[in-house]
Design a protein around this ligand. Structure first.
Ligand code: SAM
Length: 237
């Protein structure tokens, strides 16, 4: 196995104690990502070091913003090629992870990754968040909902907050230009039963990144999310 010492050191500086198995899982995940990216569009970033920082490290940097110790279930809305859900699963193996996306071919890739890395208690769900969030098995069933690069915060709140249990949280991965999004999403967050808790800005090897943490403080009214497409077309404001 190729030894990525920079990645390992970064994980250690984040407070992880990565095993050889975890490190080789990331190597294999990288290989599969590049292999499949030739057939289906999975990522614009393909350089080895960039993938390890901008996809893998970014995904697990949630450890800097959120106490993962009490989390048993996570849903990743619009997971694409598995970010942040798969890296979270590799580094927090006891958490049950659900990967949701509306594009089935990306889920085919993820099913291969899950099998190849022998990941347990990871589930792929094909559908639009607007529809899946209405299903009994998914609505208000997760300790934590995460999402990266899917929509603006107002739209995303409508897609994500319905999945979160009372007392759980929604954590959005954003760039440092989050201030305006937070202001615009203020009303949506409240309507959906959330409460803006805090933002955490951090440096990811020279890139400014921001986590937005929203707690679920009351149940989401049945009418949300609205029908597929509406949260993006007419964000609640
Ligand atoms: N989260 C990944 C990342 O950070 O690399 C993928 C980001 S990609 C730009 C957005 C993904 O969200 C796509 O795979 C798309 O199919 C999915 N998506 C967009 N809207 C969605 C919705 N309403 N429900 C489920 N998936 C959705």
């Amino acid at each position: 196995m190729k030894e990525n010492s920079f990645f390992k050191e970064q994980l250690i500086s984040y407070g992880f104690d990565p095993t050889d198995d975890q490190l080789s899982s990331f190597e294999r995940y990288y290989e599969m990502l590049i292999e499949w990216n030739e057939k289906i569009n999975l990522t614009a970033i393909t350089d080895y070091n960039e993938v390890f920082v901008k996809h893998f490290l970014d995904s697990v940097s949630i450890i800097k913003a959120y106490d993962m110790s009490g989390v048993t279930s996570v849903i990743d809305v619009g997971t694409g090629a598995g970010f942040p859900g798969i890296p979270i699963k590799i580094m927090f193996p006891d958490i049950n992870v659900t990967l949701l996306d509306s594009l089935n071919k990306r889920l085919n890739f993820l099913n291969e990754v899950i099998s190849e890395l022998s990941l347990e208690n990871v589930y792929t769900v094909h559908g639009r968040a607007e529809d899946v969030a209405k299903e009994k098995d998914h609505r208000e069933k997760y300790d934590l909902c995460v999402s990266r690069a899917v929509a603006n915060l107002s739209t995303l709140s409508e897609l994500c907050i319905p999945f979160v249990k009372l007392g759980g949280s929604f954590v959005s991965y954003k760039s440092d230009k989050a201030t305006e999004e937070i202001t615009k999403a203020d009303k949506a967050i409240k309507i959906l039963g959330g409460s803006f808790k805090k933002r955490i800005d951090f440096d990811l090897d020279g890139n400014n990144r921001t986590f937005i943490i929203i707690d679920k403080i009351s149940s989401t009214t049945k009418k949300y999310p609205r029908k597929a497409g509406t949260p993006a077309k007419e964000p609640l404001q």
